[in-house]
Write a protein that binds this ligand. Structure first.
Ligand code: GDP
Ligand code: MG
Length: 175
């Protein structure tokens, strides 16, 4: 990450995953603490900023979200460029979204190499009764690609702070 003077750091984090897994809901919940608001969809990717403090260091996160281009696999290189971290989101009730997340991991490694900090997130864990993606297999897969694995619910605001904090810790270790 780029140092912003003193003990401050700028990190870029990209959100990736199939449409409808809850990427926008996660970032909006994290940054604005709301769920299911009608957000204006722009044609281009957008980002939200979050400031936090970790181990006495100031961290400034730019969290990039798509405007639905993932549906067409039309995310350009600018979306990925100079990312420090990536959050690959799947829906725990949708096995296909988990398989697609694995494809995003391959694509990311190809575009950005081994240095990027990865987190794989099973979202919508409030729908646990309908969960089809096996937790243990997901954790094993994440470990096999050097990623962390978290369960979240944007609806219930569960697991999100922890997930971003842990990602920040790893990005700081590399900074
Ligand atoms: P994106 O296309 O990946 O950005 O997904 P969105 O954030 O637009 O969410 C897609 C749909 O899933 C919306 O109807 C959300 O309300 C819903 N959703 C998102 N997160 C959760 C969650 O944690 N639990 C439940 N039950 N629904 C969610
Ligand atoms: Mg979205």
């Amino acid at each position: 990450g780029e140092s912003i003077g003193g003990r401050g750091y700028n990190f870029k984090v990209v959100l990736l995953g199939e449409g409808c897994v809850g990427k926008t809901s996660l970032v909006v919940r994290y940054v604005e603490d709301v769920f299911n608001t009608k957000h204006v969809t722009t044609l281009q990717a957008s980002f939200l900023n979050k400031k936090l403090s970790l181990a006495g260091r100031r961290v400034h996160l730019s969290i990039w979200d798509t405007a639905g281009q993932e549906r067409f696999h039309a995310l350009g290189p600018i979306y990925y460029r100079a990312s420090n971290g990536a959050v690959l989101v799947y829906d725990v009730t949708d096995q296909d979204s988990f398989e697609k997340a694995k494809n995003w991991v391959k694509e990311l490694r190809k575009m950005l190499g081994a240095d990027i900090c990865l987190t794989i997130v099973g979202n919508k864990i409030d729908l646990q009764k309908e969960q089809t993606v096996d937790t243990k297999l997901a954790e094993e897969y994440a470990a096999s690609v050097g990623a962390s694995h978290f369960h979240t619910s944007a609806k219930l605001n569960a697991g999100i702070e922890e997930m971003f904090l842990e990602l920040c810790k790893r990005m700081l270790e590399q900074a």
